[in-house]
Design a protein around this ligand. Sequence first.
Ligand code: ADP
Ligand code: MG
Length: 723
Amino acid sequence: MVPTSVRERMVWPTSSAEAAYRYSQRTSLPDLRSRPVTELPGVGRRIEVALEDLGVASLADMISHYPSRHEDLSNVKKICDLRVGEKATVVGHVVSTRPVGKPVRGRSPGFSAQLYDGTGYLPATVWGRGWLLKGLLPDVRVVVSGEVQRRYGLQLAAKSIEVIEDDLDGDAGPHAGRFVPVYPVNKGIQARRMRTLIHRVLDAAGHVLDPLPAEVLVRHGLPNLHDAIHEVHFPTDRARLKAAMLRLIFHELFLIQTGLATRKARIEITELGVRHTGDGSLLNLFMGELPFALTAAQERVIGELLADMRSEKPMRRLLQGDVGSGKTVVAVAALLTAVESGGQGAIMAPTEVLAEQHYLSVSGALADLPVNVALLTGSQGATERRATLEAIKSGEANLVIGTHALIQKGVEFDDLSLVVVDEQHRFGVGQRTLFKEKGRTKPDTLIMTATPIPRTLSLTLYGDLEISIIDELPPGRKPVETRLVSLVERHEAYHEVRRELEAGRQAYVVCPLVEESDTLEDVRAAEELHEELESEIFADRRVGLLHGRMKAKDKREVMASFRAGDIEVLVATVVVEVGVDVPNASAIVIEGAERFGLSQLHQLRGRVLRGLHPPKCFLVAGPRTEDAEQRLEALTKYQDGFKLSEVDLAIRGEGTLFGSHQSGMPDLKVAKLLRDMDVLVEARREAFALVAEDPTLKRPDHRPLRREVKDLLGADVEWLFRE
Ligand code: ADP
Ligand code: MG
């Protein structure tokens, strides 16, 4: 056993004797994960349950139950020195206590404790927390913090009051006279108890081994894990606390990046991709017929894709490009390369409307080329479906366009060599791997997303993919004039839309989102709005309706007449959110805009970005929350999807990003992606460099790291170790 005085008092810097003792007691976080909190003295059933409630089950959980903040109690004041208005900490004895305030159902709302510290008396008033009273017997030593107020003499409005049990040389121990950690607690466990337990767990843990390579730490001037953990809980001073935080942030991001890097390395080592050997004949034919010149960004990205496809490594690439940046052409270039190399290419779209649009435009653009384009969606009739499946299986169809139907049972390809997943943000992450069982070889994969995400996010969510970015819009695109319209001004917005129609243009009107998307409620709302527009506002215009509950055939007809210009105003639910492309549409009204997410609004607005006429977007919004207000404001201010995605992340907070099954990523405990971008980039660089040297982390000195990555990320991201 360590002497109590050493155990109870955190001394910084660690004395060498203590350090030597601790070092002899080496453990690692994975070890600590298998030791339950009940090992600690003072953790009985009741505390165990309370801790469980906070997500703390093992000693490792306890160690990483970091303080939410620290209170600077290093400046303990004598009662005689207190001034009105200051925040102070006082250490003294309880003289007496009495209830204060008017009792409610026999219970007082607060109490006052008279304190004495040798220099004077001071009443400390505490509201609520009546359960504290039974511990505050006369002569008990306490440490109290709060604001000094004048009320019949001085008193302390106590924010915290804690009993000091272990009277160590007149020192207040871990609870005062220093930066005192404040932990997230609940009803079952008091702040003070938590602090004592954490103090004990640090001690029980002994010396915590550092899984990160020492060189990496040295290069970045970071403290080792053991010191960082101790400093974060019981900091010596602000500077060390900061360094310790940084270390833990780096730690967290480094482990994730190491996981991503090993996953990527493993795939590259163990899986052979298709080597596309096409001679460019098809591709050149297609390019020659394009009605426009590619942007430099499109050219660059096509180059990146073709280089990947020619290599034997399986391509795993994410293509990011803002709405309207021209991702489809890029995808078609890749698909044609697959076809001319003798394989099959497939593109999966998130909605039938979009799949059909791709089908129309791609089969139109390729009409003169020797390519067989097939469409596979869920709503096709049995006969049609059987014929399509047959063509896909025999290889007769060499370019397949579809929805989720593509990855359902019974779809077999002859020789699938490239898969493009369009608008990936609409699918779960899991789906990006589902294709691979379908072909004989491992197809190359291109994932496209039109919701640009901040770089920090893509490096984390898609950190095992190569990333291509189209950072340029085709020339001549005009920014969408975006106006926020209140319900009273709604008719003015429609008046402006009318002017667009009179000039021969078309418009979308998007209905408010009632539930998720295209529930019956939504449909009813859409029908009502359609009715209103058709019979009143646009009585003399051709108004169409499109919603997700319509039969596929009807949807197709409506889209066709809108494309042909027969329908002038298309009332639609969010089915038009992604990718629909009708160049003559120059205005969009989004009703109930306050209910949509930022990226959704940006997508919707993208529908009118493509035409020749200056596009207009009206966001009709009713009463709204502050978040909604910020979202709408951001849209009127920015056109750039990347910028908007950052704003979105800032508004929503990062809590919503991870931990969901959608993302498949572990929760971030200390890192914040927007704030810690620089750390992320460094951690990623180091992690990838390390894995490049040692792809399976088999070097003896990397073993602790390997174990940690597997342990920490294995459960949450089992895909990391699945392939
Ligand atoms: P997104 O990236 O949103 O999927 P699309 O691929 O649908 O964008 O392209 C949007 C529109 O821009 C289409 O009408 C397409 O024909 C057109 N387009 C694509 N590339 C260019 C270019 N380089 N110059 C002019 N128009 C282009
Ligand atoms: Mg698109």
